[in-house]
Design a protein around this ligand. Structure first.
Ligand code: FAD
Ligand code: NAP
Ligand code: SF4
Length: 676
């Protein structure tokens, strides 16, 4: 590569590990994709990891594989016990090596997070996020688990892996031994700090003895537990140094236990929010150190490395979003990268609901074998009407398949509702998706006709072979007495800033948009997603690392809403149940801390000069407000299809508005385009 034209010199500097060299500073962090759990899915995993290796990433860590019956579903054996698995895993390692990449398998012992009855931990301390109580591991069981790490590592070497990552953070088994919070033992595995760190050290040194010197051992070290009773900074250093002596090749950073109630990777978390943590430990450790969390552009990665916060950066979800992140950065085409917006909607939320992971902005992820963009043998002339996520995905994919595409939108910019989403504090990443689509429209020669509200008669008179109708939705206007009162505003006008909003507001509807409208109206000044120190203050994290685990004794300091806001829904259940599985709690906690009043079980009686009259669980109340903001769901907008005689396809909100989100819109647009 030409170092003069390379804008990311640090990112593309090789890293010498002594016995092997990594070709750049990008590690693809471990992500459980769900493919690991499907018998016979090795070809799919090979395609998934092979594609990322082809995209230029230096070192990949697989999703976690469990080493023990105490983690796995009843009756399942760890894969290392089945010799036939060696050849199957060679499919994966060969696919990566074919593209000059390296790959480590992550060994993940879930400890007290295991979702089955027969689970073990240092002590019988239940975690609030798991209904099962762990058994305190016996000496014999501990020895068995150490041996499982060793045998698994030997299996990995035979299967062609370049190394293993030993998961020692996020509150899993090894981390549970380290922290007083979960280790209440009084034997040689508990009590003093030296005893509590014995297990991870024993695992690393015995794995090193078994695999020899020419094998990568990454240890994922929890540098900031974010839970009371976690490690303090001195303990992190002491353990990190001992791990280096025990034989690790690289130390990776873990931030926050799963049970911590602080967001660490969601879109509200500022980019590179936690690299200051790794920076405080890097100089004290002899092995190279990797930093992670919310690093999603090559510029951010380069900045981190230049500042010296770490030796390598870990990106996981950004490589779901774009397998070719690294090669695009190397070619100085950062604008062509499909950026991870940290929504969790198709990756983590899928995993927590038992589905295969994918990506909202890249539906091909984990579907590499079944969903492919290939040149079409039947080239068509297509009109796509609506440049929201559905229309954009359809237009660029169809153009990439070789169709001649014209994309219309009545608005003067592309994006549809993403132009509202990007205005919500904490959702600034949506700008990146629009930048990416604009780049693809330009590169694949889509003819873009903005400020053009096309009609069915114009389309009938044209020579398009087919029309893709992606005209989106219209907001639902609920049937409430007084809905046309001057105090009533629609969310589109409010979020786009077209109307001014008073100091006392009631929001009707607490779906994703109701929550976002509350977020929008409850902010004063800069969003904390743009400011790392402000974010840390808001969630009570000590950036000097004097507080144990970064949080003990630290008061959170959140700026209250400048407005009085009532967020209302008709259902009697708690608000926010329909929000994302892994992010809903963040929205709820954030708004409650800001003083937003959440009202469930509302019956809307009337809106008049006094305000909004409601029955809350049948008790009459008048909410004295200046404005009502309506966020009561949406209806499909497809009037274009009336009288349309050309063959057409409906996608996105124009197809089905109920439970529509951008994940479905983009997926539907992409799948339609590859099948045309
Ligand atoms: P739209 O985005 O509505 O696009 C339709 C487009 O068609 C518009 O640009 C419109 O101008 C154009 N159009 C309509 N009629 C015509 C015509 N006759 N001629 C030319 N152009 C026409 N989803 C998520 O998954 N995650 C989120 O975090 C999220 N946050 C959101 C936050 C807010 C504030 C809002 C409002 C929405 C959010 N959504 C989110 C929902 C997501 O934006 C929608 O599901 C998605 O935009 C639907 O895509 P679409 O292409 O079907 O329709
Ligand atoms: P929504 O999620 O369907 O929520 C609509 C809300 O309005 C519900 O709270 C509903 O609850 C209420 N409602 C429905 N009909 C009503 C009526 N006739 N009168 C009064 N209230 C009524 O829709 P949305 O909030 O408009 O969001 C649209 C889509 O965008 C969602 O499907 C969502 O997936 C997506 N989105 C996602 C995010 C995200 O962060 N992932 C953010 C924003 C939007 P009650 O009936 O109980 O009152
Ligand atoms: Fe990133 Fe969202 Fe894709 Fe997950 S689904 S990889 S968070 S963009």
């Amino acid at each position: 590569m030409n170092s003069i034209s390379n804008p990311y010199p640090r990112l593309f500097e090789p890293l010498d590990l002594g016995f092997t060299t990594l070709k750049n500073r990008v590690l693809m962090g471990s992500m459980h994709t769900g493919l690991e759990d499907i018998p016979g899915s090795h070809e799919r995993m090979a395609a998934f990891y092979g594609e990322r290796a082809k995209g230029g990433v230096a070192l990949i860590v697989t999703g976690g594989f469990m080493p023990s019956e105490y983690c796995l579903p009843p009756g399942e054996e760890p894969i290392f016990k089945d010799p036939a698995q060696i050849e199957k895993h060679r499919l994966i390692t060969n696919a990566v090596h074919e593209h000059d990449g390296k790959i480590c398998l992550q060994i993940l012992h879930t400890g007290r997070y295991a979702r089955q009855e027969n689970l073990i931990a240092p002590s019988a301390v239940k975690v609030p996020i798991n209904k099962f109580v762990p058994n305190a591991a016996t000496d014999e069981q501990i020895e068995g688990e150490i041996q499982a790490f060793v045998d698994f590592s030997v299996f990995c070497k035979k299967a062609g892996y370049d190394g293993v990552e030993i998961m020692g953070s996020e509150g899993y088994f090894l981390n549970e031994f380290i922290a007083e919070r979960t280790n209440r033992r009084t034997d040689s595995w508990g009590g003093s700090f030296e005893n509590r760190i014995r297990l991870p050290l024993e695992v690393v040194s015995r794995v090193r003895d078994a695999v020899g010197e020419d094998f990568i051992i990454i240890f994922r070290l929890s540098m900031l537990d974010l839970v009371e009773g976690g490690s303090n900074a001195d303990e992190v250093v002491q353990l990190g140094q001992a791990l280096c002596t025990a034989g690790v090749s690289i130390i990776n950073t873990g931030i926050g236990w799963h049970e911590a109630t602080i967001p660490t990777i969601a879109t509200k978390v500022p980019r590179a929010a936690f690299t200051w943590v790794t920076a405080q430990f890097r100089d004290k450790l002899s092995a190279p150190v990797i930093t992670s969390n919310r690093i999603n552009t090559p510029d951010v990665a380069e900045e981190i490395l230049t500042r010296g916060d770490a030796d390598m950066v870990s990106m996981a979800r950004p490589l779901l979003a774009d397998a070719f992140f690294v090669s695009k950065a190397a070619a100085n085409q950062a604008d062509a990268i499909n950026t991870c917006i940290a929504c969790n909607q198709a990756c983590l939320d899928h995993i927590f609901s038992g589905q295969i992971s994918s990506c909202l902005v890249n539906p091909m992820a984990c579907h590499e074998l079944e969903l492919q963009i290939a040149p079409s043998s039947n080239k068509k002339k297509l009109a796509v009407v609506g440049a929201g996520p559905a229309g954009l995905a359809a237009a660029v994919t169809a153009a990439e398949c070789g169709h001649a595409v014209t994309l219309y939108d009545g608005d003067d910019k592309i994006g549809g509702q993403f132009n509202l989403a990007k205005r919500i504090p904490g959702k600034e990443e949506f700008h990146e998706t629009l930048r990416y689509y604009q780049n693809r429209l330009d590169n694949f020669g889509v003819e873009l006709k903005l400020s053009t509200r096309v009609t069915s008669s114009e389309l009938n008179a044209s020579d398009y072979d087919e029309v893709i109708v992606a005209t989106g939705i219209e907001p639902r206007v609920p049937d409430i007495d007084g809905i046309d009162h001057p105090s009533v505003l629609g969310y589109v006008d409010v979020i786009s800033g077209k109307v001014s909003v008073g100091e006392r507001v009631a929001i009707i509807g607490a779906g994703g948009i109701g929550f976002d409208a509350a977020e929008f109206l409850s902010h004063a000044g800069e969003a904390t997603s743009q400011n790392i120190p402000a974010f840390m203050q808001e969630w009570g994290i000590d950036m000097d690392l004097k507080a144990r685990a970064g949080v003990e004794g630290v008061e959170a300091n959140i700026t209250p809403s400048p407005r009085t806001i009532y967020l209302c829904q008709r259902k009697p259940e708690g608000l926010g149940k329909t929000l994302g599985k892994t992010t809903g709690w963040i929205h709820r906690i954030g708004l409650v801390k800001k003083g937003i009043k959440m009202l469930a079980g509302c019956q809307y009686v009337r809106i008049d000069d006094q305000g909004l009259h409601v029955l809350v669980n049948n008790e009459p109340r008048t909410l004295e407000i200046d404005n009502v903001v309506v966020c009561a769901g949406q209806e499909p907008l497809r009037e274009l299809t009336e009288g349309l005689t050309r063959p057409y396809h409906l996608i996105g909100g124009a197809d089905v508005a109920a439970e529509l989100d951008a994940k479905r819109a983009i997926d539907q647009g992409t799948r339609l385009a590859v099948e045309l």
